[in-house]
Design a protein around this ligand. Structure first.
Ligand code: GLA
Length: 769
């Protein structure tokens, strides 16, 4: 009897591992799993954003939501941090993650880039690609393609044995990522497709994802096309074009955005649970497959958070995303509403919600008593050098310090960094002068009169590399020149500073430890490394409250926990209990600004929504408002109701630096106006580049609850928008500074994506001056 029991136990233990070879294909208006119609209900989660010890819990949380698949990105840069050195171990063990998914009865969709976006440093591309200065990223640049193929092959060694054809859980692989918002280049996409096909075989289903407005630009005939859109979108509208082009294709929303990401200096983003659940309900009713991006966002630990563009908007460490499973793996109201709806579409009772893997613990305030100057973290020094970027000095992340001797300048002058990436602090003879912050679009500051030979020191801290749009080629440090200019009796004198001593300060635990272990150095400022300890009787998850500190990085027991910045909205950092231990635990903080008091505590709930910004983010300075009383509009009329792009063309080309859109009325008769995207059309009928665009004036912007500032109308994200506040009377006005004088022949306008298009403009006037 005992033997029989043992046998049964054994069979059940190995059963999930013995999944048979199968297939996942495209049928008539549906996917087919082993020949049967199948609706993909995928949960997007990113294994590097979850500590490995918690993977199983998070997978079970997704399963308890009624999901049947996990959708994952493979971030190239976390696996190949140095050219040619691959790491698929521990938290990077993507194959193990897929096996765990399979053990839990889940399928897997893999999105191996090479580019992924994902609010991840450089959209997943490795920084060292930038060492080749003329590299063309995401194009058929020979070096780029060579490295892509090596990387994809290495990923394939891990994952190709796990395709469904080989008895594994992987049902589909994605080719590139939303290429339509980057360019139009079918030969490049074809080469990526061929590379993936050669790795995963021609039986595995390959697909592309893009927006409904641009997927035709790069859509390849032999790949499955899926659409990305967010909570609240008009679903029929999103699939209308695809249905027309491919009436028999299965429909899938490969990124249905549950919430949105947060950036430093703006409110925490949320999206209503009801809109998300209703959208998914509608898709399931219609048999549409989806991946819920994110179902669980997790944390961009260490220096892995990226930055958005246009402009420079670095992302916070938490990738909570207002997703149904919160940053630390817990349930939310969204989770319960979603689970209830998903139950309707499951023949069996959904599995129980798993218990949290660890309790939450408090840590009493403790002081970080050891301190080392930031200079002690210097790893390499070059002397008498022209300006160099971090990449030129073989540095991936961290800070870089530029030192030079000043000439005599007897009057106050202006110091300009062309360009400082990202957060520069300027000192003269160790006296703090001020900061030049790329986030705030700054590039210069005032210097006092200086004597010959005084020392100028510029600390530049790099934040995440841009992960979206053409600006992903984002060098760090000072990228071009440093000049000082002054006006002497009406003549502008300019010094281009050339001879530098440059110190690199890498961002890693080893450097921090080395700095603190070094012989005591004269402490020149509060900037630098701090170390302290706390003792635990019981281990659990906690949130380190960093409100006493300025800006920098935290390491706990050697684990890089992430960036903090006093401006918020994130004020606490999630520390998973699996990285803590009973007894003594070590915390090191690198604060590039310096703390008020070097004190931290651990709390049981996060603080993700506490802003502390010096400058308002709105653009309604009355001095910037143009006087339109006697101005003649270049176009006026009525825009249509409903979703989708609309074109307005002027009678004659117009020259000017400023584009003004005035909304006189709305289709819903209310006073709120919104614009999702806006382009200016050039003389040839093409769209003007928006990289230099800034907002000069907007009469109203909703920033109390959301982040609906006017630059959202040209941020290349169709799901975000400019919106005016409720209760402010029409007309509404936005004035865009195009950066320089341009010739414009019209505009392309996109209202919000939701059905009923709230805030969509009816009567309008356009001015150019
Ligand atoms: C796009 C990208 C994702 C992510 C989302 C926004 O859909 O494909 O990687 O960046 O936008 O969160």
């Amino acid at each position: 009897m005992k033997k029989v029991k043992l046998l049964i136990t054994l069979i059940f233990a190995v059963l999930p591992l013995m999944m048979h070879a199968g297939d996942f294909t495209v049928g008539n208006k549906t996917f087919l799993l082993n020949g049967e119609p199948f609706v993909v209900k995928a949960a997007e989660v990113h294994y590097p954003r979850i500590p490995q010890a918690y993977w199983d819990h998070r997978i079970k949380m997704c399963k308890a939501l009624g999901m049947n698949t996990l959708c994952i990105y493979v971030f190239w840069n976390i696996h190949e941090q140095r050219e040619g050195q691959f790491d698929f171990s521990d938290n990077n063990d993507v194959a193990e993650f897929c096996r765990l998914a399979q053990k839990n009865g889940m399928y897997v969709i893999v999105r191996p880039g090479p580019y992924v976006c994902a609010e991840w440093e450089m959209g997943g591309l490795p920084w060292w690609l930038l060492k080749k200065k003329d590299i063309r990223l995401r194009e058929q640049d020979p070096y780029f393609m060579e490295r892509v193929k090596i990387f994809e092959k290495k990923v394939g060694e891990q994952l190709a044995p796990l395709t469904i054809q080989n008895g594994g859980p992987i049902i589909m692989v994605q080719v590139e990522n939303e290429y339509g918002s980057y360019g139009e280049d079918k030969p490049y996409i074809s080469e990526i497709r061929d590379c993936l096909r050669s790795i995963y075989g021609d039986k595995l289903t390959l697909f592309q994802c893009d927006w409904s407005s641009n997927f035709e630009k790069n859509g390849l005939d032999d790949l499955v096309w899926t659409m990305n859109f967010g909570t609240g979108a008009n679903i029929d509208h999103e699939f209308a074009r695809l249905k027309k082009l491919r009436p028999n294709a299965p429909l899938m929303c490969s990124e249905f955005w549950s919430g949105w990401f947060d950036k430093w200096g703006a409110n925490h983003e949320t999206r209503p649970a009801k809109d998300m659940v209703d959208g998914m309900d509608e898709m399931l009713q219609k048999g549409i497959s989806f991946s819920l991006y994110m179902t669980h966002g997790g944390t961009s630990f260490g220096h892995w958070a990226g930055a958005n563009s246009p402009g420079f908007a670095p992302d916070v460490t938490s990738y909570d995303y207002d997703a149904p499973i919160n940053e630390y793996g817990g349930t939310t109201d969204k989770y319960f509403q979603l689970r209830k709806m998903m139950q309707k579409y499951s023949k069996t009772k959904l599995p129980a919600i798993p218990k949290m893997p660890a309790p939450f613990i408090q840590i009493a305030p403790f002081e970080l008593t050891e301190h080392a100057d930031m200079l002690m973290g210097a790893d390499s020094v070059v002397m008498d050098s022209p300006l160099r970027t971090m990449e030129e000095l073989d540095q991936g992340w961290g800070s870089i310090i530029y030192v030079t001797c000043l000439p005599a300048i007897s009057t106050p002058s202006v110091l300009t960094l062309n360009d400082g990436h990202d957060f520069a602090q300027v000192f003269i003879d160790d006296q703090y002068i001020g900061k030049i912050d790329r986030v705030r679009n700054e590039n210069s500051l005032q210097l006092p009169a200086v004597k010959q030979g005084q020392e100028l020191k510029i600390y530049v801290e790099a934040m995440g590399r841009i992960n979206f749009g053409r600006a992903i080629k984002d060098y760090k440090g000072i990228t071009n020149s440093v000049t000082i200019s002054t006006d002497v009796e009406g003549h502008e004198l300019i010094w281009n500073l050339k001879r530098w001593t440059i110190l690199t300060v890498p961002d890693d635990y080893q450097t921090a430890k080395k700095a603190l272990a070094a012989a005591p150095a004269p402490i020149t400022s509060k900037m630098g490394y701090y170390r302290g300890n706390f003792n635990l009787k019981k281990v659990g998850d906690t949130f380190l409250n960093m409100e006493q500190f300025g800006k920098g990085q935290v390491y706990v027991n050697g684990h890089a926990i992430g960036r903090f910045w006093s401006i918020g909205p994130q004020q606490t950092l999630y520390v998973p209990g699996c990285w803590l231990k009973k007894g003594k635990n070590e915390v090191i903080v690198l604060d590039v600004v310096g703390p008020k008091k070097p004190v931290i505590m651990g709390q049981t709930t996060p603080e993700l929504d506490k802003l502390n910004v010096e400058k308002s983010r709105t653009h309604n300075n009355p001095g910037d408002k143009p006087d339109l009383n006697s101005a003649i509009p270049v176009s006026e009329g009525k825009l249509q109701a409903g979703n989708g792009w609309q074109m307005v063309r002027f009678n004659a080309p117009q020259k000017g630096r400023y584009l003004v859109v005035q909304a006189l009325s709305t289709h819903d008769g209310k006073d709120v106006v919104s614009i999702a995207e806006l382009y200016a059309v050039n003389a040839k009928g093409g769209r003007l580049s928006r990289e230099q665009w800034t907002v000069k004036y907007a009469d109203s912007e909703e920033t109390k609850r959301g982040n609906n500032t006017a630059e959202k109308s040209f941020d290349l994200q169709e799901s975000t928008y400019w919106r005016t506040e409720k209760g402010i009377a029409l007309p509404h006005l936005v004035v865009i500074d195009l950066g320089s004088e341009q010739t414009i022949t019209g505009i392309d306008y996109l209202p919000r994506m939701e059905e009923g298009a709230p805030g969509s403009i009816k009567d309008y006037k356009i001015f150019v001056y």
